[in-house]
Write a protein that binds this ligand. Structure first.
Ligand code: NAD
Ligand code: PRE
Length: 367
């Protein structure tokens, strides 16, 4: 074990990066530091990291690669703390934070140091948190933004990509401000909208319990991300405030337009509004995004009767296909329920599909 990696924050993303590094660089020693000691210990027990440390400062000075994988406000604070340390010359520091502008500005504090900072953001994830949800394939096919901002960073770019090769991600270089506007559009504003929908529904549910009963697939799909880590999103909103304020103004304009459309009841205009959105969304490169498919989910229609779940799992066990997660999404009386099975790889998902279809089950790759 010659080269040393330190991951600060061993949650979903830090843990998944650790697994991806280990896959490609089995000789590297990966140490984790987490302010929640139980997360560090869990990651160690799960062999996501080789060991956990109780002080990040002590580890940082001997590390070749330092990955900041904590919430973004904390990434900024950690950069300032690292800048005070005698880091190894040519060590690489990177982060996985969902915002880049303020972090890149803070990283200038490291310029006097011989270590090099390269900002990073893998554009895949989940609403789940903690090392227990870490997955080696989480970033496969996803875009992974890198924001080098100095000649020294340009020089180290290929070394960082080599470290991160096991993620299977597609690296893309971006300017931090552009990054924050684009992620504001596709990730941060949608997150605020999903959360606000849940809050509206909660208020209605307090007045009428049937709101809870009838919340089904549509509500689930549009609000899944509202179950994400509140600490992570509090920090993202603080860091990307200026893009979000612009985008919220645009959103309110859009809602004003929608209200007028509903008020007008104009059939042609209503149809066009939905049709335009459908056309754009259907043309998006879903597979390349990685975020959804990284979990290699397969949906199976099952009847609401005893023993059906164990029948499905037995079929897969007989073929030695392991399931990483299983969930019944919706069971409607007398009709069908949808079972969501998650697999480690695309290969397992395809094999599972074939043998379940052979046993008469209806399966879907997407819902
Ligand atoms: N969840 C996603 O979908 C996603 C995707 C891409 C990037 N990110 C970014 O990755 C980072 C981590 O998010 P996550 O989803 O892994 O969250 P997580 O909650 O699963 O993990 C974060 C970890 O950081 C630890 N932590 C918090 N403060 C710390 C500190 N001061 N020192 C050390 N450890 C600390 C927490 O205890 C936790 O274990 C965030 O910056 C987030 O913006 C998240
Ligand atoms: O899939 C999810 O749950 C996510 O919210 C992942 C998601 C996203 O918006 O796509 C969220 C924040 C990250 O910075 C990157 C990815």
């Amino acid at each position: 074990m010659d080269r040393r990696v330190l991951i600060i924050g061993v949650g979903l993303i830090g843990g998944s990066i650790a697994l991806a590094i280990k896959k490609e660089h089995p000789d590297a020693c990966i140490t984790g530091y987490d302010v929640q000691e139980e997360n560090g210990r869990l990651a160690e027990r799960m062999k996501i990291i080789d060991r956990c440390a109780s002080s990040f400062q002590e580890e940082a000075v001997t590390s070749d690669l330092i990955i900041l994988a904590c919430p973004v406000e904390e990434v900024e604070r950690k950069i300032a703390q690292l800048a005070e340390l005698p880091l190894k010359p040519h060590a690489i520091i990177t982060d996985v934070g969902s915002t880049k502008g303020k972090i890149m500005k803070e990283s200038r504090k490291l310029l006097g140091n011989k270590a090099v900072f390269i900002g990073g953001h893998p554009m895949a994830g989940s609403h789940k948190s903690g090392p227990g949800s870490a997955r080696v394939h989480l970033f496969e096919n996803a875009y992974y933004v890198l924001t080098p901002n100095s000649p020294a960073a340009d020089e180290k770019l290929s070394t960082l990509k080599e470290w991160l090769k096991g993620t299977g991600a597609n690296f893309v270089i971006m300017d931090p401000e552009e990054h924050d506007m684009v992620t504001g559009v596709v990730s941060h504003l949608p997150h605020l909208i999903a959360t606000s929908i849940v809050r509206r529904v909660e208020e209605h549910a307090e007045k009428n319990d049937r709101v809870r009963w009838l919340a089904a697939g549509g509500f689930r799909d549009i609000t899944r991300i509202a179950s994400s880590s509140p600490a992570m999103w509090r920090d993202i909103v603080k860091q990307n405030q200026s893009s979000l304020l612009t985008l919220l103004d645009e959103w309110m304009e859009e809602m004003k337009f929608v209200k007028e459309l509903v008020q007008s009841g104009d059939e042609k205009d209503l149809y066009r509004y939905f049709a335009d959105a459908k056309q754009f969304r259907d043309a998006l490169p879903v597979r390349a995004r990685g975020a959804i498919d990284a979990f290699y989910d397969l949906y199976v229609d099952i009847q609401d009767k005893p023993g059906v779940v164990s029948h499905v799992t037995t079929i897969l066990a007989d073929k030695q296909i392991s399931i990483t997660n299983i969930r019944i999404l919706e069971v409607r009386e007398d009709v069908f329920g949808v079972l969501r099975l998650s697999f480690q790889s695309e290969d397992d998902r395809q094999k599972a599909k074939i043998c379940l279809v052979q046993h008469g089950y209806e399966t879907y790759l997407n819902m």
